[in-house]
Ligand binder design. Sequence first.
Ligand SMILES: NC(=O)C1=CN([C@@H]2O[C@H](COP(=O)(O)OP(=O)(O)OC[C@H]3O[C@@H](n4cnc5c(N)ncnc54)[C@H](O)[C@@H]3O)[C@@H](O)[C@H]2O)C=CC1
Ligand SMILES: O=C([O-])CC(=O)C(=O)O
Length: 341
Amino acid sequence: MLRSMLVRSASPVKQGLLLRGYASESIPNRKVVILGAAGGIGQPLSLLMKLNPLVSSLSLFDLANTPGVAADVAHINTRSQVSGFMGDDNLGKALEGADLVIIPAGVPRKPGMTRDDLFNINAGIVKNLSIAIAKYCPHALVNMISNPVNSTVPIAAEVFKKAGTYDEKKLFGVTTLDVVRAKTFYAGKANVPVAEVNVPVVGGHAGITILPLFSQASPQANLSDDLIKALTKRTQDGGTEVVEAKAGKGSATLSMAYAGALFADACLRGLNGVPDVVECSFVQSTITDLPFFASKVRLGKNGVEEVLDLGTLSDFEKEGLEAFKAELKSSIEKGVKFANQ
Ligand SMILES: NC(=O)C1=CN([C@@H]2O[C@H](COP(=O)(O)OP(=O)(O)OC[C@H]3O[C@@H](n4cnc5c(N)ncnc54)[C@H](O)[C@@H]3O)[C@@H](O)[C@H]2O)C=CC1
Ligand SMILES: O=C([O-])CC(=O)C(=O)O
C-alpha cells in the first residue's frame, strides 16, 4: 500500500493508473481531515496522507501550530491541496465536506500510566470534536486514534446518537498498530518474510483487551505455546514498551502514523468501491456480547460492510477473550456514561 502512496508522479491520472484495484483513470475526490495534526502522530500522519494519491483535499486542524505544518506539507508535489486551520473558531471550516476524519487529538501517556489514565483529559476533547463532526460533516467516516480507544469510540457514538447523526458503519477505533506490531513480532520469531504475514488482532486497544490471534496467523509456523504466550504479551504491551523507551517524551507516534495511514487508506479504498478491503478495527459489533469489539471488518462504499466473526480460537485465545471481557465492558460503559452526563 505504501508503495502506491509513494508513487513519484504528481499527476493524479498517472498515479491512478498505478493504483491497485482501480480500473479507470478517474479517482474520486476525497477530503481527509486530521484533528490534532500538529502533534506527535499528527505531523507524520499529515505527511503520509499527503503522499496518498486517493486524497484530493487534506485539511489539517489543531489548536496551535497548524499553519506551519500545513505550509510545510503543502510543498510536496502530490495530488492533494492542503489547508491548515488553527483554533476552535476554525474547526467547522476544517471539517466541512469531509469524507474521512482522523482523530489523533489528545494527550499521550507517560511511564507508569495506563491508557485509561488519559480518560479525564481526552474524553472531553473527543466529545467536543465529535459534536463538531456531527454538525459539520455528519456523513464522514471517523477514525478514532485518541486513547483510551475502548472508551473514546463509545463517547463519539453517544454524541452522534444525541445529534441524530449516528451511523454505526462510519465509526472506527483505530487498532491497526496492534496488527502492525503482531505482524512484526511474529515474523521475527516465525522466521518468515514480514511482508507476507497476516495476524488478526481482536478485542480492544488496551493491555489484555488486545488479543492477537496467532493461531490464525499466516504463513503458519510451528511455534511453541511459550513462544505464542510471549508474542501475545509483547503485542499487548507494545504501547508500554514505546512509552518506557521514550521515557516521558510521549508514546508511539511514527509507527502509529504509519498504522493510521494504512487504515485511512483502507477506508478510502472501501469508499471508492475497491472490493475485498479487510482490516481489523474496533467497531459496533454483535459478534460477542459486547457492544463494541475489534475484529476483521470488510470496508465498503458506506464504511463497514461486514463485521467478520472471530473464526476458530485456540484454547489460549478463548481464555484470553474471557479474561478481558469485563474490563472492556466497563471501559465502554465509562465512555457511554461520560457522553451522557
Ligand atoms: N490508537 C492507537 O493505537 C494509538 C493512540 N495514541 C493516542 O493518540 C493521541 C495523540 O498522541 P500524540 O500525537 O503522541 O500526542 P501529542 O500531544 O504529541 O499531540 C496531540 C495533539 O492534539 C492536539 N489537541 C489537543 N486538544 C485538541 C483539540 N481539542 N482539537 C484539536 N487538537 C487538539 C494538541 O495540540 C497536540 O498537537 C494520544 O491520546 C495517544 O494516547 C497513540 C498511539 C497509538
Ligand atoms: O500505548 C500508548 O499509550 C499509545 C498506544 O495506544 C499504543 O502505542 O498502542
